[in-house]
Design a protein around this ligand. Sequence first.
Ligand code: AMP
Ligand code: MG
Length: 608
Amino acid sequence: MSCVFNNPLPIPVLGFCAYSGTGKTTLLKQLIPELNRRGLRLAVIKHAHHNFDVDIPGKDSYEMRKAGAKQMLVASHVRWALMTEDALDSDPSLPHLLKQIEADKVDIVLVEGFKKLALPKIELHRASHGKPFIHTHDDNIVAIACCDETQTPADLIRLDLNNVGQIADFVVQYQQSWQAPKVALPIDLASAEVPQRGQQGLSVAQGINHILNQVSAITTTEMVDLDLLDNRVLARDCISPVNVPQHTNSAMDGYGFAYSDVGAAPLHVVAEVLAGHGYDKVVQPGEAVRIMTGAPVPQGVDTIQPRELCDTQDNQVTLLDTANIKQGQHVRLAGEDIAVNDVALSKGTRLGAAELGLLASLGCYQAEVVHAPTVAVFSTGDEVSQPGETLKPNCIYDSNRYTIKAMARKLGCNIIDLGIIEDNETALTAALLQASAKADIVISSGGVSVGNADYIKTVLAKIGQINFWRINMRPGRPLAVGQINNSLFFGLPGNPVAVMVSFLQFVQPAVRKMAGEQSSTGTQPWQPHYIPAIADEFLRSKTGRSEFLRGIYHIAADGQVHVRSTGAQGSGMLSSMVTGNCLIVIGEKDDHIAQGQSVFIQPFAAVL
Ligand code: AMP
Ligand code: MG
């Protein structure tokens, strides 16, 4: 049985299948109370063959449905029922029916009928009935319940058809050990196979892994002042020299007192404590202080009541709404954000606004960071001209160098711009050798696809070790990656959109790794991030290649992220990158995404 079962629910679904007359319903009627006794909350879906009706003529719900309501929902305080008129030519779709189940109300869905579907099932078999087996031609049978005289294969779990308790135990165990299938990401570095020798074309994930294997993190570091730390990567853990907050302080403007005084007579206000000041005596029983946000909480005080919930007269304060006062409320404890000697920021963190604020809050004025990678960029091609100069006939302006430089800068790199290098071997060799002496990464665009004049490949072969790859992706198929001296070399495709997409997929992870980025959560920071979105239109792709469509996502009226393509997807159309705010990523396994289906997107925000 080949069709796959896509369970749309976060809970397991288990079918019971048998030839009619085996006693399926009888068994389920006994099994359900057994399962309830074991604490399992159940939903049951039953396939009915005929034009069944659950309502009775004369009932309002029946009459309204027959009068033409396609859906009729009848509800009381005890139960509700939804009846839907859905005349189909064939069997109803089980995934569609499953979506009607409220998965937060039950632990498992039992399905009776739908014998032919590829969902996990228990086969019920009664030898005396003389019917054939189902498990012999259905891989989805997880167990067989039968009688003593029945022979079953050794690898199939066997249950006693007449022992309902045993079958119930099996269902409970099935429910407890069930795991929701992992979401399949369109590009998954962890599950990509190592490329075979001589393999034609690499998947995107294989390409990224191959590149990451060639990259090592920069180990040299420097001390940099707080004001210049933005976008740099921490070279060592930052250990907090202090408690944050330094003192236990008030989170409100209000009155501070001991919780044990709640409900006592009005409290005597003995002082006013302002932020940056203190009260150096101990607040006694029956006393309170007027206290401001951020002011240190004096000894003897453990609870704060906001000012608007207090009544003051002269030096007396009456606490209002005392039933809702909780001990310790509105008190920020010393070290509750970061305790002294805690790791405040871990090695490998890329520093942004929040991290700089945190460093400042610890009193750190400098931090040790990894040297920023230096990226050298050049363009090739007889037709490629410098912006600002008059465009010669049949030529184009160089846009790739500018998109590459901007993306590399956003990733915190220093840039060396080598300009447009003329089409001759000597010039190119000189430029590449010079670049590789100064740069950690050298990036070119154009000249690496199959039909190109060979000289760039010849030069690269002479002075470096370069692989020319065909990546199963669109846009951006050709990609050259290798080493010139100690620099990593990327030969990106020529088409402007292909350049940007290839940079995002391949150069970005390499730069992040080289820059020393690490994440404390275990996932590597260069693993692409995806957000699921609902496709608002049919999206075309092709199996065997990853598609990176330019998309526009937005939050629609239903509160969900929706996405549509920017329209024409030519790999030279930079305007699609301007109009778009994300890449729509369709993995190698899909040849299209239907309208309304979920698809993964990569928002541009981080690098563009
Ligand atoms: P190539 O891979 O060199 O055959 O280039 C593919 C396409 O990209 C051609 O249409 C080139 O004109 C274009 N192209 C190459 N380099 C650049 C560049 N630096 N800026 C803009 N377009 C370019
Ligand atoms: Mg070219």
